[in-house]
Design a protein around this ligand. Sequence first.
Ligand code: SF4
Length: 480
Amino acid sequence: MSRVFLFNPPTGLYRRDNRCQNRVEDQTVNVVFPPMELLYPAAILERAGHKVWVRDYPALNASWNDLIADLKEMNPDWAVFTATIATLDSDLQSAEIVKQHCPNAVTAAKGEPLHYLDEDIINKTKDLDIILRGEVDGYIADLVGGASWDSLPEATYREEDSIIRTNRHKDLLDINDLPFPARHLIDNNIYLSPETRNPLTTIVTSLGCPYKCIFCSVPAMTGAKVRYRSPENVVAELEECIQKYGIREFLFHADTFTLNKRWVIELCSLIVKKRLDIRWGCNSRVDSIDEERLIWMKRAGCWVVGFGVESGNDEHLSAMKKGATADQARAAIRLCRKHGVRSHAFFVFGFPWDTHESICELVNFAKELDPDFFDFNVAFPLPGTELDRLVSQKGLVVRERLRCGGYAVGAVSSETLSAQELEKWRKRALWKMYLRPRYIARTFWNAGSPAIALNYLRAAISRVFNLIKPGRSNEAHSAV
Ligand code: SF4
């Protein structure tokens, strides 16, 4: 049995999933989700008989000193931590801290950027022993169980003076075989719905996406084949959350939750049949929603659907390989409104072709759609994406801004707009959308209760402060 410590370093509150590595405070909905990136491997390792600890330091509002205190107390054999692109340099300092206080512990790191920048990072980070790439949940038990590192499917490590990068075939993970996330290892009451302030958790329902949006890391990280959990398996986890942890609010996390209509209806009908009485949100594509699906979703407790609308210009949508149109976005938002399900639209600009005019058009399109919630992101060159290759070839990456906070901070310029101008445009677009009297009135009217309206007011105040802050330099919390 090994003693394994899994943690998110105290480097600021960021989403830490593959395609969303954004600073939480930069999102319209300031929600902190439980760390599934730690809780799945924790459950797998516990099932294999190891002693496991989990700490989500940013969510605990904890510091590097708390990490040091925990290391001294746990004295783990393994310390596995995560990294995001925006916090990478600070996250990697964890390895040094672990080695200072637990010199015998093996240090391992995982996260989307490490999948691509692995050789450079392992070369530069002498205290980091191994980088875990790909679907870590598929082999972490073998690793901790003593498998030789060269037998691992996707790992990068140092051996004497050389760097070894394994790349072996491994069957895709069957997500129905995974244990449920080890929620007993965290305090579930710190992850709250920003609307109701009730505990909220994430349920991973499928992995993979067949689309190839040029800015998205999902196709490369989880593959084009979509792997679904059975509706029974998902419902069993929902029941565990209700009975064991008293959680009734959920985000169904999938690369595209609504893609398979039959599966969505089967899952929703099972939730209805079991009378689970839950409230949930999910993400979708504008071309994979229809009346029948949405009616079932609403009956099963869905109250909000997120759509990656991205743009209202079909040529731009085609250039970003979205595989959807502006008219489909119009229809999807209309459908949600008709059935009383809130919509959350995500827009993105900052591609090489973007100009003042195209961003103005985008804001006008967003106003026309009039979703209930919205975010504007500046296109971010995540390592390994087609966008990264495109903007690198064109010399449009602004390297010194890559570690400045994620999708709210322009780290690219377009052919005609600087990174700073794109960042200002994002704020301007948000102001133009928020400051519509009808929108403000509708948002508070839809709140449905004074308590939720008050939470909206709090969110609005924090949003105003966030937007009036000056532009940022690197704010990730460094250990030194
Ligand atoms: S639809 Fe596009 S943005 Fe959404 S997960 Fe698939 S590739 Fe990524």
